[in-house]
Design a protein around this ligand. Structure first.
Ligand code: DGT
Ligand code: CA
Ligand code: CA
Ligand code: ZN
Length: 593
């Protein structure tokens, strides 16, 4: 089974390789376009090809050549054109192209003139001050490239939460287990003649923003058969360990998956242990010892005065372990030893927000700018997900790469939304914008159009190099515009790619409070911005949070789950999040009067 993302990835790589080669721009664009179409297409191409009932060329953006390659990729996992290109252009150049400030032209230049093949080669040249001499580069860009290499190192070996979750779900499906939080009898599935439960643990269960490796636990009879099947998963690149109680593999994506078999009697103890975090476990073990217990992945045991003679006390479920330790059950997202054990002791843990609490999504794009779905399609998709209100927030003119809108185009969109709204009484579509905050803090659209909108979202997409002082002045000027309601992706960081701009979080919260601007928790997996630690300050300082998806395609509306998990990591309850409220209350919360 090849998923759409993998097919799109091949096309992206072909486009990148062609670009480094200096190929025909039209050809390059057709591959980029195909990648985009495949990536956002709602049905699985693998299924379409295998069923053979749909003519792929009837899909807009897919011609004869691309259709042929999709079939080839579905059949073999790769295509000849891709392999041939990799014979001409080293694949390692693709990693160089991912560095900030390095485009295809620079990559080609480095390769052809300086015989550079790897990121390490680039690092050596930059450190020696030899990059700045190349045409089109200078001291500044050399510095930027070095920084980007440092950033990459910091994250190397880790993966986005979304990627790890997708991989884990795919493996659980393959093993025949139902993905889910609770390892209950209901989730047992018959596979290879074995009844078993499987459940993810580790940082994935805690929903950290990046994941080192995925830890899965299985329990049941003859788990060794499950492990035998696990190591044969089609996405496996290499098997790192294969025994009776443990299997460990590295996938082609570089992600490592550990699978451990545990006894049913110890499932709760194992789940608690392998969910971590390590810091949480250390603190919990200290508490257990003070209470006359020892705890490990097999259970909670009572210890006599000499520290010997252990008696099994609990371990079948996590709940009974926390109970015996006189603690409230601690949700996995809180297990970071950031005060959760103390709060659980006092029975004062927050009632964390849940996905079902969220009623609206206040940040999304359409084909009018850089989205892949039309206004109508986005509304339908939001309705289908049970949302009660959404805001359409396309980009504004100064974001040219996203085909941002000027006043005239936005006026047309306002009319289109009014017209569309008449068809629906079960969803409210707010007229909105994601208005750029210009370098000096002015907004990218005049008040005359902003005042016609229901929701003005503002954000920073340029001049990331400003000093803290400049960024904060810029924000204060923007927030002082009375139409501004929500500040999107407040720090601008992109995981693995770009650090935050120089925003001072304490001052940001103060500004948000002063001007009654809500702060966004952006649910895009590479943003998750504000992050867990920053979010925790919001209720303390009385600033409402809005969780939005910033969707650029209909399926991205599902990213809401990552936003909610991150909010939970930030100890947030439904009452701290404006878009858990019914529409009218929500409008009151975000209004500034
Ligand atoms: P990751 O994989 O880096 O994203 O983070 P985790 O938390 O998944 O860490 P991992 O995979 O090394 O280990 C999974 C869990 O196993 C971890 O969260 C807690 C537990 N664990 C691992 N090593 C130790 C240890 O030395 N002591 C204790 N108490 N627990 C450990
Ligand atoms: Ca892990
Ligand atoms: Ca692990
Ligand atoms: Zn956006």
């Amino acid at each position: 089974m090849v998923d759409n993302k993998s097919i799109a990835e091949v096309f992206h790589e072909i486009a990148d390789l062609l670009e480094i080669k200096g190929d025909n721009p039209f050809r390059i664009r057709s591959y980029r376009n195909a990648a985009m179409v495949v990536e956002t297409y709602p049905e699985s191409f693998d299924t379409l090809v295998r069923e053979g009932t749909t003519d792929l060329q009837s899909i807009s953006g897919i011609g004869e050549a691309i259709s042929g390659k999709i079939k080839e990729i579905v059949a073999s996992g790769d295509c000849k054109a891709h392999r041939d290109l990799l014979k001409q252009v080293p694949g390692s150049l693709l990693e160089i192209m991912q560095l900030q400030g390095v485009g295809p032209k620079t990559t080609a230049l480095l390769w052809k003139k300086m015989h550079v093949k790897t990121v390490e080669d680039v690092e050596k040249l930059a450190t020696a001050g030899k990059l700045r001499k190349l045409p089109g580069l200078g001291e500044k860009s050399e510095q930027k490239i070095l920084e980007s290499i440092q950033n990459r190192k910091k994250f190397s070996g880790r993966h986005l939460l979304s990627q790890a979750e997708e991989a884990a779900e795919e493996i659980l499906r393959y093993l025949g287990a139902k993905p889910g939080e609770k390892a209950t009898r209901k989730s047992s599935r018959r596979t290879a003649g074995v009844n078993f439960f499987a459940v993810p643990a580790g940082s994935l269960r805690r929903a950290r923003e990046t994941i080192g490796d995925v830890d899965i636990l299985v329990t049941g009879k003859k788990c060794s058969a499950v492990i035998d099947r696990f190591v044969k998963f089609p996405g496996v690149d290499s098997v790192l360990a294969h025994g009776d109680t443990k299997g460990s593999v590295r996938l082609k994506t570089g992600l490592q998956i550990d699978l451990r078999a545990v006894e049913e009697k110890s499932l709760g103890a194992a789940l608690q242990y392998f969910t971590g975090s390590k810091d949480h476990n250390v603190a919990l073990r200290t508490r257990a010892q003070k209470m006359g217990f020892t705890i490990n992945e097999y259970g909670l045991f009572a210890v006599d005065r000499k520290g010997e003679k252990e008696k099994w006390v609990a371990g079948r479920t996590e709940e009974e372990i926390y109970e015996k330790l006189k603690l409230q059950f601690i949700p996995p997202e809180l297990r970071e030893n950031r005060g959760e054990i103390e709060a659980a002791e006092k029975k004062s843990l927050p009632r964390l927000v849940e996905l079902e609490d969220v009623r609206g999504d206040l940040h999304m794009h359409t084909t009018e700018t850089d989205g892949t779905a039309s206004l109508g399609e986005m509304v339908e998709a939001a309705r289908g997900r049970g949302l009660q209100y959404i805001a359409i927030t396309d980009h504004t003119q100064s974001t040219r790469v996203a085909n941002g809108m000027d006043e005239k185009r936005l006026e047309k969109q306002i009319q289109a939304i009014d017209k569309l709204q008449r068809q629906f009484n079960d969803i409210t579509v707010f007229k909105g914008t994601e208005c750029d905050i210009l370098a000096d803090g002015r907004l990218d659209l005049p008040d005359s159009i902003l005042e016609q909108l229901d929701v003005v979202v503002v954000s920073i997409h340029s001049h990331f190099q400003q000093s803290t002082r400049e960024v904060m002045d810029r924000l204060e000027r923007a927030f002082s515009n009375p139409h501004v309601r929500i500040f999107a992706h407040p720090t601008g960081r992109l995981l693995f790619h770009r650090p935050a701009y120089a925003v001072d979080l304490e001052k940001l919260f103060a500004l948000a409070k002063k001007y009654k601007v809500c702060l966004e928790l952006n649910s895009q997996p590479e943003r998750l911005d504000l992050n867990d630690v920053a979010l925790r300050r919001a209720p303390e300082l009385g600033v409402p949070i809005v969780i939005s998806t910033d969707s650029h395609a209909t399926q991205q509306l599902d990213y809401l789950k990552f936003g909610v998990r991150t909010a939970r990591r930030g100890w947030l309850e439904a009452k701290h999040i404006a878009n858990t409220q019914p529409m009218k209350t929500f409008l009151k919360t975000i209004s500034r009067h």
